[in-house]
Ligand binder design. Structure first.
Ligand SMILES: [Zn+2]
Length: 138
């Protein structure tokens, strides 16, 4: 056992070792507590993709998260390419006539929406714990 040899070599009693270990662990505790508090803060937003009022997909908007792409294609081939980059979302490409959804750019705040009227596509950013928005729609 290497630990036992180390304790013996350092002339420490097992209790000393436990006390030192506890001190080391407790010095990291504020960091752990602080770190765990940041998780819900970062994960409080999500974007809901609805087409014609029907929920199709939900994206978690987490700051620092690696970018992802999602392609929505309707039955008749209408396409919206959705890009998620950390805690923001946009429609990067669409084959709709007006291109308003693409030109709208990034959305990242709770309550913000990206609308593609020709495709009946709505992306809405909502707080994960907030259910008020859902009550309004259903
Ligand atoms: Zn559009």
């Amino acid at each position: 056992m290497k630990i036992k040899e180390f304790i013996r070599a350092s002339h420490m009693k097992p209790w000393d070792f436990i006390i030192i270990f506890t001190l080391i662990v407790s010095s990291f505790l504020p960091l752990v507590v602080f770190g765990s508090q940041q998780i819900p803060e970062n994960a409080e937003k999500q974007a809901i993709l609805r087409v014609d009022g029907k929920e199709i997909e939900t994206f978690q908007l987490v700051e620092g998260k690696k970018g992802q792409r999602y392609t929505y294609k309707s039955d008749i081939g209408e396409t919206n390419i959705i890009e998620i980059d950390g805690d923001r979302i946009r429609i990067s490409e669409a084959d709709c006539g007006d291109q308003i959804c693409v030109r709208r750019g990034w959305a990242s705040k709770n309550g913000e929406t990206i609308v593609c009227l020709p495709h009946k596509v709505v992306i809405e950013i909502v707080a994960i714990d907030g259910s008020e928005t859902d009550d309004l729609i259903y």
